[in-house]
Ligand binder design. Structure first.
Ligand SMILES: [Zn+2]
Length: 201
């Protein structure tokens, strides 16, 4: 266990050929947009941020941008992976694809679990918007960091106790700059975010 007492994220990765271009085309369109707006990218210390995912059909599986892809300007099939299974209590997941899934994937997974009508999720970083959103949007607890099982339970709590289902956007109180939006498809997911940020669609 890491010294902070949190359970280490475990990704069981089965390496495979890249996904079909048709499987990632919709994701990539929005990812380009988010990157152009600086909502996905890389910090000066080299750490990337921002991920986007889409449910596979009506299943519990989803396709998500791979680990450490935030700073890459143009993504293609090589940078997406399919999450096939997950276990919140053990902070672990299984994925199959050309790249490992992000350690933030479980925050996506819990949302897909909580509402079968949700098929798209964005996780972006933006300091100004995040600061403005804390407490105004449904907000996860400040003492819960990203990449922990507790973050999944915090998101679940918001689904039970707040109107996040209707608003389709939340702020991550314990994950600086972190915002999540979701929707019935990727267009709604993206538009909800842009509308809240006052960015023209
Ligand atoms: Zn993040």
């Amino acid at each position: 266990m890491p010294s902070d007492g949190s359970i280490k994220f475990i990704c069981s990765w089965k390496e495979s050929a890249p996904l079909a271009n048709s499987d990632i085309a919709g994701l990539n369109r929005w990812r380009d947009r988010l990157y152009a707006l600086g909502l996905a990218g890389v910090y000066e210390n080299g750490v990337g941020f921002g991920n986007i995912s889409q449910r596979v059909g009506k299943s519990h599986e989803f396709i998500i941008t791979g680990s450490a892809t935030g700073g890459i300007e143009k993504l293609d099939e090589r940078y997406y992976t399919r999450v096939t299974d997950y276990d919140f209590d053990h902070n672990s997941l299984s994925c199959i694809g050309p790249i490992k899934a992000s350690s933030e994937s479980l925050s996506h997974a819990i949302i897909y679990e909580l509402d079968p009508s949700i098929t798209g999720i964005n996780h972006i970083h933006n300091k100004k918007f995040w600061e403005k959103s804390i407490g105004r949007l449904p907000t996860t607890r400040e003492d819960v960091p990203y990449g922990t099982p507790e973050m999944a339970w915090e998101i679940e709590r918001l689904f039970k106790e707040s109107d996040v289902r209707k608003r389709k956007i939340l702020a991550m109180g314990g994950h600086e700059e972190g915002i999540i939006s979701f929707g019935k498809d990727l267009d709604e997911t993206g538009r909800v975010l842009l509308r809240h940020m006052g960015i023209k669609d």
